[in-house]
Design a protein around this ligand. Structure first.
Ligand SMILES: [Zn+2]
Length: 227
């Protein structure tokens, strides 16, 4: 009854289009679920996400779940996830994508899901890392551990803007490091991030993780620009 009253005054709205959700709808309305621009990259071992890392890092698997189009549903979702505290969006996307990845029978090949870390200062400002719920949902569905302790960020980097695009890979190269321990050796790390753009951040994360002996890298992002 109480929930009903709350819903009456504060109806839950779709994170994609802001229409009021039906009682059987969670986070996204049925319409938005049908409209989601799925890349299907996971089915193609030579997809656009893999190509971002050619000649830079050896990745076992790389894919992005959705196309990121300006002013589309996905931009709205990522915005709500990143700046409006709607962490449940990450859970929905993670659970959804895990079902796709299970088709590849990849679940037994990964040893840990590693989120791209936020700098502690940014974490304090935002209160959460926007990739945590996505990574945890993937980890839980694929039955592998989620580990946000191996990889960490050393320096504060300002929000990346177009202005510093050129100097970015140099800036970013040394901002990540890892805790090397014996139990981290010989592992296949699945790094997760929100939007894949230049790939510079993920490349830097991969390089840091590859300092661990026997490490293998795979990458999964929520979205990637459709270009
Ligand atoms: Zn919607």
């Amino acid at each position: 009854m109480f929930n009903f009253i709350i819903d009456l005054f504060f109806p839950k709205v779709c994170s994609g289009c802001h229409s009021v959700l039906m009682t059987n709808e969670m986070v996204l309305c049925t319409n938005c679920r049908h409209e989601m621009p799925l890349t299907q990259y996971y089915l193609d071992s030579n997809n656009q996400a893999v190509k971002k890392f050619y000649g830079k890092v050896d990745v076992e698997h790389a894919s992005a779940f959705l196309y990121f189009n300006k002013k589309g549903i996905v931009q709205e979702l990522i915005h709500n996830l990143k700046y409006k505290g709607h962490e449940e969006i990450g859970t929905v996307l993670g659970n959804w994508y895990a079902e796709d990845l299970k088709e590849l029978k990849l679940e037994n090949t990964f040893d840990a899901v590693i989120p791209v870390p936020l700098h502690p200062r940014k974490f304090k400002e935002r209160g959460y890392n926007q990739v945590t719920t996505f990574g945890k949902a993937l980890a839980e569905s694929l039955k592998i551990p989620f580990d946000d302790t191996v990889l960490y960020r050393k320096k504060y980097s300002k929000t990346q803007s177009k202005k510093n695009l050129l100097g970015r890979s140099e800036n970013i190269e040394n901002i990540f490091d890892v805790y090397v321990s014996e139990e981290n050796q010989n592992k296949h790390f699945l790094i997760v991030d929100d939007v894949l753009t230049t790939g510079a951040t993920l490349e830097a994360c991969s390089r840091a993780l590859l300092k661990i002996s026997g490490a293998k890298i795979s990458i999964v992002c929520m979205a990637m620009a459709n270009s």
